[in-house]
Design a protein around this ligand. Structure first.
Ligand code: SIN
Length: 262
């Protein structure tokens, strides 16, 4: 990396930046690693086009941000147990992860910090984009009274359709302070939050539905297009994401590393 200049261009008002001029296939200097972490704290989603990563290198880049997670229920690729295959085949109706706004692996304690999704085979587009929503904005745009109410609540995050255990359920504050930037984010999501701690699921539903509608407002969003060999890195403590299901009959293959907060 030394001697090269990174060109960083914003993707949208709400979040995201494209980073050109950085080859992630080779080990980075300490200075470059620190800059990468700072850039993610600033932009929340980073897009690196035209990267050529081995599975080992994909995981190594992830380790800059946390400890790789081996999913107990979903399939890893044969080359590495910490890399999930994110696949939709022409005969599949559903996208990986379902059509929910979510952050990855929030049903563990500690929860995930960052996900790194690497494109292997992207259909001819435009299609299959990933949407992101800035959860600092979601928190900041609530009224002060709602902010202080939510700051007193915790939510129970559960992996769906399995018994609750240490592996599959965790309690997290509804408002989390980001360890890197010190900013407050709304930390609930429609895929994994089952209820507020101490509330029933039925009691929780109206407020959760209101928060889910608020946290995905269009002005909080940015949208990432994909190309083969693109790596997109996002901060699960600060954004939600949503995979578009708009490419019926086509194949879309990516590989994901998710790392957990240290
Ligand atoms: C995911 O939810 O991690 C996958 C996102 C995508 O396929 O765009």
């Amino acid at each position: 990396m030394s001697g090269t200049r990174w060109v960083v261009s914003r993707l949208s008002n709400a979040l995201g930046a494209m980073v050109i001029g950085l080859d992630l296939s080779e080990p980075l200097t300490r200075e470059a690693e620190e800059r990468l972490v700072e850039l993610l704290h600033e932009h929340l989603v980073l897009v690196f086009p035209d990267q050529h990563l081995t599975p080992t290198r994909h995981v190594e880049v992830g380790q800059l941000f946390g400890d790789p997670y081996v999913h107990p229920f979903l399939h890893s690729i044969p080359e590495h147990e910490a890399i999930l295959q994110v696949a939709k085949e022409p005969h599949d109706d559903e996208v990986f992860g379902g059509e929910y706004w979510h952050a990855d692996i929030t049903f563990r304690n500690p929860p995930s910090s960052v996900s790194l999704l690497y494109a292997i085979d992207i259909p001819d587009g435009p299609c299959g984009d990933t949407l992101f929503a800035n959860q600092f904005f979601a928190y900041e745009t609530l009224s002060p009274a709602m902010q202080s109410t939510l700051e007193r609540l915790e939510a129970v995050h559960v992996y769906p359709d399995v018994d609750e255990s240490e592996e599959t359920a965790a309690v997290h504050p509804v408002v989390r302070t980001h360890p890197g930037s010190g900013k407050k984010a709304l930390f609930v999501n429609a895929a994994f939050v089952d209820r507020f701690a101490g509330w029933t699921a039925a009691e929780s539903r109206p407020l959760l539905e209101q928060l889910h509608a608020h946290q995905t407002r269009p002005e909080f969003q940015g949208r990432v297009r994909w190309d083969d060999h693109q790596l997109t890195v996002w901060d699960n403590r600060a954004v939600l994401h949503y995979a578009m299901n708009d490419y019926p009959g086509k194949r879309r293959i990516l590989q994901r590393v998710t790392v957990m907060e240290r």
